[in-house]
Design a protein around this ligand. Structure first.
Ligand code: ATP
Length: 341
């Protein structure tokens, strides 16, 4: 059974302008299995944060069912929601640390709230600070830390009560690329070493690429596509998710981009699409070179997700039309070939 299971969930907020209610979540059904790192992506306002607040039992659903770790949250009284929340850790873009508490006391806080013994708190906080590599900062205050260190404290605090689920809301969006990389590596260890299931809201491709195993694309309160990260990014099925994926992965050049390419490069503009299992890029280059066709890479790139490559390379091809037509026909058997009109 899935660790988190949503069925026909809607969440409506009153409209501040007295109009129709705002449907932040619109009939969402979703399963998150234990051990998944589940990415939720989509444009601003798509409903990502709202969805996480429903899973976290911070807000009730308007209708539908949310089952977390076998327990139905819809309709559960506040008193019974508290232990559910303790089983779910959360980290945030702005870290949300207590600035007046030391690093050690920030991590100890959830354990104190949960009523843990002094000995247990001492042992657990020391262990977690060691795990996130901040044992030497135990007595420091958050303002004395870098952004990456603050987020590591956030991770230690979120893990204090040994949650089965960790919700990450844009957890690396305030960090520079190098620090992002470090924090993502730490989150990967949290998943692999502690078996913590993660729900990761992000607009950063990097986060999805290095961390997530599955992904859901949200648009206007709905989940419009869901699946393995590689499948959704290399071959999105839904028109809206194609548009969204197109903002982070360079696919085929648009008509306007083709017009610019034509101004800058002579020759026929042809895109070759690669997905693992298809003809490799080098075999395409080799076929073109062997036929004596001059080629130039003008657009696109190759991406890698979980060790599997995919991408679109657009080349300007120069040579006799009949020769180019012949080579393209050969290559089309093994790789998708699209010529700009
Ligand atoms: N408490 C609230 N009251 C009224 N409307 C809300 C409330 N919370 C969210 N909304 C609305 O619900 C919709 C979804 O918002 P949500 O914050 O979940 O989107 P998001 O995908 O997380 O966006 P972002 O990436 O900008 O945080 C938006 O139209 C938002 O204005």
């Amino acid at each position: 059974m899935a660790l988190v299971s949503l069925r026909n969930v809607t969440k409506a907020y009153p409209n501040p302008n007295d109009g129709d209610p705002i449907l932040a979540i619109d009939d969402v059904s979703l399963d998150i299995e234990a051990g998944d790192v589940f990415g939720i992506i989509g444009y601003s306002g798509a409903g990502k944060s709202t969805l996480v607040r429903l899973i976290n039992a911070l807000e009730p659903v308007s209708s539908g069912s949310v089952v977390v770790d076998g327990q139905e949250l819809a309709g559960l009284p506040e008193k019974q929601l508290r232990p559910v929340r303790l089983g779910i850790g959360m980290i945030f873009q702005q870290f949300n640390l207590f600035n007046a508490k030391t690093v050690w006391n920030n991590v100890a806080y959830p354990l104190r709230v949960a009523g843990a013994s002094k000995e247990k708190i001492q042992a657990r906080v020391d262990e977690l600070l060691e795990f996130v590599g901040l044992s030497d900062k135990a007595k420091n205050y958050p303002e004395q830390l870098s952004g990456g260190q603050k987020q590591r404290v956030g991770i230690a605090r979120a893990l204090a009560t040994e949650p089965r689920i960790l919700l990450c809301d844009e957890a690396t969006s305030a960090l520079d690329p190098e620090t992002t990389h470090e924090v993502l590596a730490l989150l990967k260890r949290v998943n692999e070493e502690f078996g913590v299931t993660m729900v990761v809201i992000t607009h950063e491709m990097d986060v999805i690429q290095t961390l997530a195993t599955k992904v859901a694309v949200m648009d206007k309160g709905r989940v419009i596509e869901t699946g393995e990260v590689f499948d959704v990014f290399s071959d999105p099925q839904n028109a809206s998710s194609q548009t969204f994926v197109g903002t982070v992965v360079k696919g085929q050049p648009s008509a306007a981009e083709v017009a610019v390419l034509r101004e800058r490069h002579a020759g026929r503009i042809v895109t070759f699409s690669f997905r693992d299992g298809d003809a490799s890029q080098s075999s395409v280059f080799l076929s073109l070179a062997q036929a004596g066709i001059e080629f130039e890479l003008v657009y696109g790139g190759i991406n890698e997700i979980q060790g599997r490559a995919f991408g679109h390379l657009t080349l300007a091809l120069r040579g006799p039309d009949a020769v180019i037509d012949g080579v393209l026909a050969d290559i089309a058997g093994a790789s998708e070939v699209t010529e700009a009109a």
